[in-house]
Design a protein around this ligand. Structure first.
Ligand SMILES: [Zn+2]
Length: 390
């Protein structure tokens, strides 16, 4: 449904089930999808289908409802695949597709570089949904013209309807909806300023969120029923997503051009792997003004890093007997970037910085460490600096 920032992608990844690869893209599913599939099957089997095509056995309705729900999920996947294929053609790697409660998420490894690519990638998803709506619509009419059971036409007709809604809803011009990206691409093209365009698109997203909440509350108060609350729920979700994206955009903008050497904590103090945790705390944690250290391995190379939280987590009475090596995060579990790279390049990687420090190397020597805190500090400083200039 949306093309989130990297942060969203990380959040989505934590509780997902891998389904396999489609067209070379890893596809995963959040557990909430099963709830949606069940709700759709249930509402079709007990309401929509018996109403549209009476006279079948209950088992037939349940089977047809389940098939319709699965094909709907496949339609969601087709929507995300359309975004992903177009992104890949624009030279942007797609790290994965996740289906979840509000549709799907295709995680792009970086932002499009031109308004045209931004527009193409954004429009591809709703385009696919609308094309599917057309196909199912024509299919439904064709089935109806034959002597096939009416329930078949009901299912294809329903699939046409939900794909139409999916396509149109996503075209509402507010980020993070696809329509918001379309808006961003257009403003970006017209004004030549991507950052400003992104801020406008996320503001529009917040307006859409408030609008849905207002609409839902009105419907709930006037007509009663649970339908209005669903709008409130979606509106609230959109509002939060738009705000998060705006915050992310500000940070991204603030970090543009920042070199790794400006963001990292230089590896001036190294803790040997064989040091007792108690000694490490005394000699380093209490005196060095940093909270993550490279750990020198038994072979003299950097074996990984240890954090101040890691040191403190060792119970006081075990600190003498525990070596730092026991709580070292091994180097091969960490992302390593060259000193000459930029922070934005790091943010483009799907597997970095959120919960693990990143090693910065000059040749094969580790010269520094970058943590999420470091990036926040740099971004905060630069945001503060830009604010005071205006
Ligand atoms: Zn989409």
């Amino acid at each position: 449904m949306t093309e989130p920032t990297h942060t969203h992608a990380w959040q989505a990844r934590q509780d997902e089930v891998r389904l396999g690869c489609v067209a070379g893209f890893p596809v995963g599913m959040n557990w909430s999808v099963l709830v949606i599939a069940w709700l759709l099957t249930w509402s079709l089997a007990t309401g929509g289908l018996p109403h549209g095509a009476p006279g079948h056995a209950a088992g037939t309705y349940w089977a047809a409802g389940a098939v319709a729900a699965v094909v709907f999920l496949a339609s969601l996947l087709a929507h995300e695949l359309a975004h992903s294929v177009v992104a890949r053609r624009s030279g942007i790697e797609v790290t994965g597709i996740t289906l979840w409660l509000f549709g799907g998420v295709a995680s792009l490894s970086r932002e499009p570089e031109t308004p045209a690519a931004d527009l193409r990638i954004a429009a591809a998803g709703p385009g696919a949904s609308l094309a599917l709506a057309g196909l199912f619509g024509v299919g439904s009419l064709a089935v109806e013209a034959t002597s096939a059971p009416h329930i078949l036409a009901s299912v294809t007709g329903w699939l046409a309807g939900v794909n139409l809604m999916l396509g149109l809803f996503n075209l509402i011009p507010g980020a993070p909806l696809d329509g918001g990206r379309v808006l961003r691409a257009i403003v970006w093209r017209l004004r030549g300023d991507r950052h400003q365009a992104a801020l406008i698109a996320t503001s529009a997203g917040a307006v859409v969120g408030y609008g849905l909440i207002g609409l839902g509350l009105t419907q709930f108060l006037v007509a009663g029923g649970i339908g209005g609350l669903w709008f409130v729920f979606i509106g609230w979700f959109l509002l939060n997503a738009a705000r998060a994206e705006k915050a992310h955009e500000r940070i991204r903008h603030a970090l543009t051009g920042v070199k790794m050497s400006d963001a990292m904590t230089p590896a001036t103090s190294v803790i040997p792997a064989w040091l007792a945790v108690g000694d490490a705390i005394e000699r380093h944690a209490l005196t060095d003004r940093i909270d993550v250290w490279p750990v020198e391995g038994f072979d003299g190379r950097i074996a990984g890093v240890v954090t101040i939280d890691g040191l403190r987590a060792v119970p006081v009475d075990e600190r003498t007997a525990t070596q730092v090596s026991a709580i070292t995060i091994p180097a091969d579990a960490l992302v390593q970037v060259p000193l000459t790279s930029t922070v934005i390049e790091l943010l483009g990687r799907a597997d970095s910085v959120v919960d693990r420090p990143v090693l910065v190397s000059d040749g094969d020597r580790v010269v520094g460490i970058v943590t999420g805190d470091d990036l926040e500090r740099v971004a905060g400083r630069r945001l503060g600096a830009t604010r005071s200039h205006h």
